[in-house]
Design a protein around this ligand. Structure first.
Ligand code: NAP
Length: 475
């Protein structure tokens, strides 16, 4: 291990815990060891649940929860560059995108703090029925219980923030299992939470074998909710195995965008190139399928390809880089195989499709049949298809031709077409004149169909992590 590599422990019951075993993290770009983290198993996960349950026996008042969340946002501001560099080092996310993620995590904590202060039940109009006359009734929002949180590698800071911050705002203690490839951003956040004087046990972090930790979270009845972001294969199985828990799933997408001929094609090409290839397409809402009206096809595709070719491919820790590595060689080989499958089926590779050093160059594919994996499955790599259409109905049908439904987009100046698309696209969110990769952290964000079963944003998550307690008073 390099002298500068980090060594971190687990956070359980307010203590930094060693286990004698380690999870090693390597840079997806250089292969160098970024650091190692104490490895948790079933026993540490049970200890973490014990700690979370014990913490919740002494509830924190809303004003304290809000103050802590605000302090964490402030701390993140002070250690912004460190957070961004941690993301870049372990996830291989280019520094410019990592800086945006660090800023967004501040915003997630800030919005969660607002929700902690606003959390309230409602009055029940008791005299609206004969049975209720003469009584006063209201509800209070009670924290659901211990939350098990499982997060993916691709937003190792902000998606952890989206799990921890609303849980605390709701008054729930958390056991977090970050992705094994990217635990350092989560542990940095845990450190900031302890510095913000979060009492022990409210946030616990366990890093280790996914199925072992996942099994404990699923089987332990004290864990009342599981909030999961990651792949559908894992997420839907967790939901099946835990029918009595609230299992909130944020899963994948094969993001489509429709370009009408009246759109500003230069602006569209710029936005789409940035949002198809930044972080090598490893965002759940990376632009993957572009449907362009036949009248605009040649012009848009030519502008888009030249912008894709101008992106800087290279070291994620270089501030000029746009496109870095995929998370590991397995992911890279899978993406290359999907490109090869498209090529063999007669699709045309307009640019990319090969390695630059060890990295896949931004790849644009034309004439890809709808049943190819690059057309209907989630590529999660720097690959995008372009397809011409004749009518908006046809474009909407093509865009909907996937089992996913997270976000989609349309570029047009025609408001009727924009509203038609917003209504008919079967996705959790539709962007108009913005790439569907756009997300701000107060937006209700989540999918339909195979893309999930919830909406993530602090205001919504806090409702899901609390339940009504009814109080009836005889007057
Ligand atoms: P993943 O392989 O499903 O892993 C996600 C998390 O689940 C990791 O912490 C992983 O742990 C854990 N996990 C794996 N198997 C498990 C099991 N049997 N029980 C419990 N936990 C288990 O996904 P990923 O490759 O990290 O992330 C990419 C996927 O996430 C893509 O499909 C992407 O679209 C999706 N995503 C969705 C959103 C959204 O908001 N909708 C946002 C970001 C990403 P290990 O790391 O230890 O294996």
């Amino acid at each position: 291990m390099a002298a500068t590599a980090a060594e971190k422990k687990l956070l359980i019951a307010g203590e930094w815990v060693e286990t004698g075993q380690w999870v090693e993290v390597r840079s997806p770009y250089s292969g160098d060891v970024v650091g190692r983290v104490a490895k948790a198993g079933a026993a540490e996960t049970r200890n973490a649940i014990d700690a979370a349950e014990a913490a919740m026996r002494e509830p924190l008042p809303a004003h304290k929860r809000a103050e802590i969340l605000v302090r964490v946002a402030g701390q993140l501001g002070r250690r912004h560059e460190e957070a961004a560099r941690t993301i870049a080092a372990e996830a291989g996310k280019p520094l410019k995108a990592a800086r945006v993620e660090a800023s967004r995590a501040m915003s997630t904590f800030t919005f969660a703090a607002v929700e902690a202060r606003k959390l309230a039940g409602e009055m029940v109009p008791m005299d609206a029925s004969q049975a209720g006359a003469g009584k006063l009734a209201f509800t209070v929002r009670q924290p659901l219980g211990v939350v098990g949180a499982i997060s993916p590698f691709n937003f190792p800071l902000n998606l952890v923030a989206h799990k921890i911050a609303p849980s605390l705002a709701a008054g729930c203690a958390v056991v977090l299992k970050p992705a094994s490839q990217t635990p350092f951003s989560a542990l940095l956040l845990a450190e900031l939470m302890t510095e913000a004087e979060l009492p022990s046990g409210w946030v616990n972090v366990v890093v280790g074998p996914a199925s072992e930790i996942g099994d404990v979270l699923v089987e332990d009845e004290r864990v009342r909710a599981i909030t999961f972001t990651g792949s559908g294969d894992v997420g839907w199985k967790l939901a099946e195995r835990a029918p009595r828990k609230r299992v909130k799933l944020e899963l994948g997408n094969a993001t489509p965008v429709i370009v009408e001929p009246d759109a500003d094609l230069e602006d569209v090409a710029t936005r789409l190139a940035a949002n198809a290839f930044s972080f090598a397409g490893q965002s759940c809402i990376s632009v993957q399928r572009i449907y362009v009206h036949r009248h605009a096809y040649e012009e848009l595709v030519s502008r888009f390809v030249s912008k894709a070719e101008a992106l800087v491919v290279g070291d994620p820790l270089d501030a000029q880089t746009d496109v870095g590595p995929l998370i590991d060689t397995g992911a890279r080989d899978r993406v290359l195989e999907w490109i090869q499958e498209a090529r063999a089926a007669g699709a045309e590779i307009l640019t990319g499709g090969e390695l630059e050093g060890e990295l896949i160059r931004p790849t644009v594919i034309a004439q890809a049949a709808p049943d190819l994996r690059v057309s209907c499955e989630e590529v999660f790599g720097p690959v995008c298809t372009v397809t011409a259409y004749d009518t908006l109905d046809e474009a909407i049908e093509l865009a909907n031709g996937t089992r996913y439904g997270l976000q989609a987009g349309i570029f047009t100046r025609d408001i009727k077409k924009a509203f038609a698309a917003a209504k008919q696209l079967e996705f959790g969110g539709v962007t108009v004149n913005e790439a569907p990769t756009f997300r701000a952290d107060q937006m209700p964000y989540g999918g339909v169909k195979d893309s999930g079963n919830t909406r993530e944003r602090p205001a919504y998550a806090v409702r899901e992590l609390t339940e009504d307690r009814l109080v009836v008073v005889e007057l």
